[in-house]
Ligand binder design. Structure first.
Ligand code: 5GP
Length: 173
């Protein structure tokens, strides 16, 4: 397998993450936020994002999966649900990448059923041309082309999550 040159460098990522955190801080002034990370892919983005958000904040996590190797299964599995009661809370869902939109759409629906006072979405990457279901993204890191990417929390068979940048992943034949 080949990891190409970074599509997004560490510096570009860190700059954009700080900008997103500033936007979120402005929008949630005088409110308390419940930031919900979608694991495992969002762990690095989530940690970087929340450390720059300057409003009172709690964290929680959902574990979901839909990909096998580089292909979506089209079926989203939720392995572990929220611990926090979201009723009446301002919830910010933090996702690594929106591809078909199926994962986010299902998780949004599940959280909305629990009656939060608001629900917004922050997605690090948006593979817009692959979208199958329309799902609102309130805070977006980068729009990327239709390529399978790894790094900064994103994996191929659970490898490469620790890379501090995003690279296009190509399988060698
Ligand atoms: P969706 O349900 O929007 O099709 O897919 C969302 C999930 O698929 C993401 O949370 C991520 O785990 C995985 N995914 C989608 N595209 C990529 C990609 O390019 N690279 C990696 N590593 N995972 C991806």
């Amino acid at each position: 397998m080949i990891i190409g040159k970074p599509l997004l460098s560490t510096e570009e990522i860190q700059k954009r993450v700080r900008q997103l955190a500033e936007e979120i801080t402005e929008d949630y002034q005088d409110r308390e936020l419940l930031a919900v990370g979608i694991l495992r892919g969002a762990f690095m983005f989530f940690a970087d994002l929340v450390r720059h958000i300057r409003v009172p904040l709690k964290v929680d996590f959902i574990v979901a999966s839909s990909y096998v190797k580089t292909e979506t299964t089209g079926e989203v599995k939720i392995h572990c649900d929220l611990r926090e009661d979201v009723r009446g809370k301002d919830v910010l869902l933090v996702e690594d990448i929106v591809d078909t939109g199926l994962t986010l759409s299902l998780i949004r629906k599940k959280i909305l059923e629990k009656g939060p006072s608001s629900l917004k979405v922050c997605a690090f990457l948006d593979k817009r041309e692959r979208r199958v279901v329309d799902v609102p993204i309130d805070y977006r890191g980068f729009v990327i082309p239709n390529e399978f990417v790894v790094g900064y929390g994103l994996d191929y068979e659970d490898q490469y999550r620790n890379l501090p940048y995003i690279s296009i992943f190509k399988k060698s034949i």
